[in-house]
Design a protein around this ligand. Sequence first.
Ligand SMILES: [Zn+2]
Length: 330
Amino acid sequence: MFNAHLINDPYGDPGVYVEFKFRREALLFDLGDLHVLPPRKLLKINHIFVSHTHMDHFIGFDHLLRVCLGRDKRLSLFGPPGFIGNVESKLGAYTWNLVENYTNDFLLSVTEVHPDESMTREYRCQDAFRPVTPMVRKDFSGIFLDEPFFFVKGEFLRHKVPSLAFALEEKMSVNIKKSELVEMGLPVGPWLMELKGRILRNETDETPVRAWWKEGEIVLSLGELRERVVKLTRGQKMAYVADTGYSEEDAGRIVDLARGADILFIEACFLDADAERAAEKHHLTALQAGRLARRAEAKRMILFHFSPKYQGCGHLLEEEATRAFEGSET
Ligand SMILES: [Zn+2]
């Protein structure tokens, strides 16, 4: 289970922060201005997915790097063609003559993807962020990350430069059978959160789990609880569609990627009345965003990347997209 939210308001730099409920882990989609996130939240980030490296999607790199310096940390970044060069240029812009004295181990793993190949290089702080490994090349088929409990896949869209859209899908969700709890004489309470965490971390059947309440407690094996009170169902899905021009081909890609998403973050830069300007700048209109969310059968749509020209009248963008999303366009 995860919470996903926009980092800034819809006029601010794009970016979504995703926090998993039972693990000390967070993901970031786009790397714009991050100052609103406290260091505690930034330090939870393990994986970052960058749609493209226009400044408003990448300027947060320096801030995050600064927060992570002096810590034991591994940070993986994924981005479009040219991304390794972009990161190396950022790293090359600073003087690192003192970091060899650091005792911590801070490692950056940077992957750039091309339609059928990914390239990865690693950089260690203690080595002044010089590449520690030769470039590792692998076949790429759209999966950026495949973890035990979730995966992240992506698509190439066109924004005059390649721009990546992403979908995060949990492999399962942990539900509790309340009737079975009653039968076993177990109370509901915070201990169930702990139980869900152990299931999601795939701990062994022998793991003791303490169920406690006001008057007492009982210790059971994870295996017994797994068998009797836990039901696994489809996990949550989130999709993130940042800067892209509209074309039928890309629309099909977006719809396939975001299909059935519980939450779809999608850019809506312009009103349909300014569709020509949107096309010139390779961005979506609110109408297009709403139609795409509807075609993808997303359960919820969250808009971002409003053009500053609509400052003070963002509700017009919201209304236009919502009418299209709900199928009530006139
Ligand atoms: Zn852009």
